[in-house]
Design a protein around this ligand. Structure first.
Ligand code: SF4
Length: 390
């Protein structure tokens, strides 16, 4: 029998497994019956149960917020969401942001990425179900901004058209944002006219912001990432989306084994010509991904336990698999970012780190953020020493 909640981890379809765990606690039924969990027995041995099959996405009910202090979440999310989007909320109302999930997983398996539903098929909810949850959030919680909170909100032009058409037909007005890829508006397999039309429908239906990643401006690196996009998809997407009046956010990943000073420049040059400052990350090979296997095969990861204990976050250089020294790699990234900051006139205090690790962290009494223990380079931060807000 499982004795405490710290004895297990859920490995698939979390809410179903969690419900089964709650039902199981305090009973004599064997924990081996709960699909999709890994648990530690009282003798210390670890058992990994069979995987829980993916559920039908149409059977997943709306998120039930009844037991949550929704206003508290709205206050936190709304204040971080509004900047730079040019949103006007009239009649003294404030922005009230709530999340809605449109899909589980992703169609792709980029070699640096790991998402929750990795072993399950991509499952996209119907436009009617998505809209119904938006309307419920608007009616019950006065939401006026829906953040489609997904790994990938729209995997094709058709799937995006269905959702925006449903919103437009409903005559309900709200702002929204979503996670897409550069191929949605940039892949020439779909006519440019249809992509432009889609971008206008996004805006008309309330979209104010989309996020999609450039990752790298170098085609060979994109190929090693198995990203299945070309750099020019990004340029076309930015043009089409901006012309429709929607804000764009993007990110890049430096540090693939074929990264060189020239490829770093290429990536920053692409950001510069598109006048966009990216969220900058450095490759961290994660278990399950192809780059993790690559790092093990090529001797970059020798002791997996030590590696997994030491890695921190994407803004840290945790493992250098390039032919450049740590100093050169980080120096070139900083140099490129500072030049971009100057070109765009942003005046950023720190071009590399977002500072999120400090704002998300509750300091021990009597300590300063600057006193937090860091790894050997100045970009690193070790979360294992931090205490987080409740
Ligand atoms: S990086 Fe994006 S497109 Fe690639 S696998 Fe991850 S979620 Fe999917």
């Amino acid at each position: 029998m499982l004795e405490t909640p710290t004895d297990y981890v859920v490995t698939g379809e979390g809410e179903w497994a969690a419900l089964d765990i709650i039902r199981h606690l305090g009973t004599d039924s064997p924990a081996e019956d709960i699909l999709g969990i890994t648990f530690r027995c009282n003798d210390g041995s670890v058992t990994e149960n069979e995987k829980r099959p993916a559920v039908r996405v149409q059977d997943i009910p709306m998120i039930d917020w009844t037991d949550f202090d929704v206003d508290r979440y709205i206050d936190v999310q709304s204040s971080s969401q509004v900047s730079g989007l040019g949103i006007e909320i009239r009649d003294g109302n404030k922005l009230r942001v709530m999340p809605v999930s449109t899909a589980r997983g992703c169609v792709f398996k980029c070699t640096f990425c790991h998402y929750v539903y990795w072993d399950d098929p991509y499952r996209h909810r119907s436009a009617e179900d998505i809209l119904a949850e938006c309307l419920r959030n608007i009616d019950s919680y006065d939401a006026n901004y829906i953040n489609f909170w997904d790994d990938l909100s729209f995997h094709s032009v058709r799937s995006a058209e269905r959702v925006v058409d449903a919103i437009l037909c409903s005559d309900v007005q709200f702002y929204w944002s979503a996670a897409i890829r550069p191929d949605l508006f940039g892949n020439p397999k779909v006519s440019e006219e249809r992509r432009i039309d889609l971008a206008h429908k996004f805006r008309e239906s309330g979209c104010v912001s989309v996020g999609f990643s450039l990752e790298s401006g170098n085609n060979d690196i994109l190929t090693l990432m198995d990203k299945r996009i070309r750099p020019e998809f990004f340029d076309d997407s930015i043009r089409i989306i901006r012309e429709s009046g929607i804000t764009v956010g993007t990110s890049v990943v430096f540090g693939y084994p074929n990264e060189t000073p020239a490829t770093i420049k290429e990536t920053f040059a692409q950001c510069a010509r598109n006048e966009i400052f990216p969220s900058i990350g450095i490759l961290i090979p994660l278990p399950y991904t192809k780059m993790y296997e690559y790092a093990k095969e090529h001797g970059y990861i020798v002791d997996e336990d030590t590696y997994l204990t030491d890695i921190t976050e994407r803004q840290d250089l945790c493992l250098n698999m390039t032919n450049m020294s740590d100093e050169d790699l980080l120096g070139l990234i900083r140099e490129g970012a500072e030049a971009l900051d100057r070109q765009l006139g942003l005046g950023l205090d720190d071009v590399f780190r977002t500072g999120g690790e400090v704002s998300h962290t509750r300091l021990q009494e009597g300590t300063e953020a600057s006193e937090m223990i860091r790894n050997s380079n100045d970009f690193s931060f070790n979360y294992s020493t931090a205490t987080f807000n409740e």
